[in-house]
Design a protein around this ligand. Sequence first.
Ligand code: ATP
Ligand code: MG
Length: 557
Amino acid sequence: MPEQNRPTNFIRQIIEADLASGKHEKIRTRFPPEPNGYLHIGHAKSIVLNFGIAEDYAGECNLRFDDTNPHKEDVEYVEAIKEDVRWLGYQWAGLYYASDYFEQLYGFAVELIEKGLAYVCDLTPEQVREYRGTLTEPGRESPWRNRPVEENLDLFRRMRAGEFPDGSRTLRAKIDMASPNMNLRDPALYRIRRGAIHHQTGDEWCIYPMYDFTHPISDALEGITHSLCTLEFEDHRPLYDWVLDHISAPCHPRQIEFARLNLEYTVMSKRKLTQLVEEGHVEGWDDPRMPTIAGLRRRGYTPAAIRDFCNRIGVTKVDGTVEMGVLEASIREDLDRTAPRRMAVLEPLKVVITNYPEGQVETLSAPNHPKDESLGSRELKLTREIYIDRADFCESANKKYKRLVLGGEVRLRNAYTIICDEAVKDDEGNVVELRCHYDPETLGRNPEGRKVRGVIHWVSASEGVPAEVRLYDRLFKRPDPDGVKDRPFQDFLNPDSLRVFQAMVEPALADAEPGTRFQFEREGYFCRDTRAAEEGQLVFNRVVTLRDSWARAEQKN
Ligand code: ATP
Ligand code: MG
């Protein structure tokens, strides 16, 4: 990014100072996801921060899978994460797995044992909890804490060899059971997980290193200069530093914490997103209502809009919740500039133009974008029978209603004006068809001496094509679905988060490339659904409304 447009934040200030002082010549960051789910918009914040810094300061950013929990992880997630990072527009310098370092990590654990700084503990998980103490009471030392080094080395080797059952022993750091920081009360470094098949290392290992041991060492082995993580790791930093201070580490990266992104009307942790998928509340990880990168992509978000959003919200040390409107504004601004305009009628009502010749098909040209001529134009087809939206007709209404009424005149967008003569009704009194006449003198010019109420969109009945249109709303009814005591977040799912319409769309949309985005005039921004396209279906997802309708609704209340 050009220097004058770069975001500024406290982390970038630290980095600039480190470069200026010569502490580092080259900046190295990493994005370290655990492959136990799909990435969400919160991860995008971390990706844009880490990769953005590498890009702007001629550094490097690695993608590292933090894969020390074989039970919860899967290659499906590894592949999805790689795709998402690439789609966001970034290329990693190196692709690593924490599991690449299992042998080295084992060696560093042995080093700690030899220095008398780690021991094999035989307490059960319940006992460990009991011995740990509380925030107000110091913990008690494990009876195994002072095992001789030789015995620890022997037991640790046999843990690795698979001689002991899960949960029977752990390797623990020997730090301080009275520390006010609970993370320093002899934290576990290794646990036994026999029978687990790891997606990278198979059955090679039956002991697995803990995050707090793995992470600092992985960072150091990759020569990371600044290890950026979210605020909940602030209390782990003393342990991060302790590990690196007590092993022969090649360097000592600096951990810096920042606030995680929370977004209104959604949940963000992978655990909860997994529940939404597994309990069938959504169609899958890429359901367009999901806050996942895959969901946003399918919904029609652009990588540029997501990067822009991440830069807009900034990076601070203060936790907060961002309004959905901020995310929506990023994509709305992007698409307002770039999306070709089209017409789609969501709830078709037939209109017969009685003075229009039967069988005539008139080709009209319409610009793709009102403000950008370089986007060119497309052809529209006008015929005697067309569709307008049900919401654009009302038998009688006052002057504020800028649409069609009985006896009133409106312009068909990019075409002529029509005047409504008759509303045909069924037995129950529902309007099923309108009979109108048009004024052939009004193409590109206003009628003389008559007032046109407004402009409405339309589609030819015979030349238009049927398409399914999906309108999405917030996935949850509350801004903080997981913020209510004793109530699961699923209780607050919005039952109207998806509404489906059998629409008619203009002919130019029939062969829209899957994934392309349009503005449907007066309706919002839409994207052709890629999944439905694989089945040959023409489906459009609404990316975002034309205006921030939620902000307006909330103002009224
Ligand atoms: P989750 O609970 O959603 O699984 P996590 O922190 O466990 O989140 P990881 O895969 O471990 O997920 O995260 C990879 C990186 O992304 C970490 O550096 C983490 O701090 C960062 N990250 C995760 N969630 C957010 C968020 N909401 N905002 C900013 N950064 C995040
Ligand atoms: Mg995690």
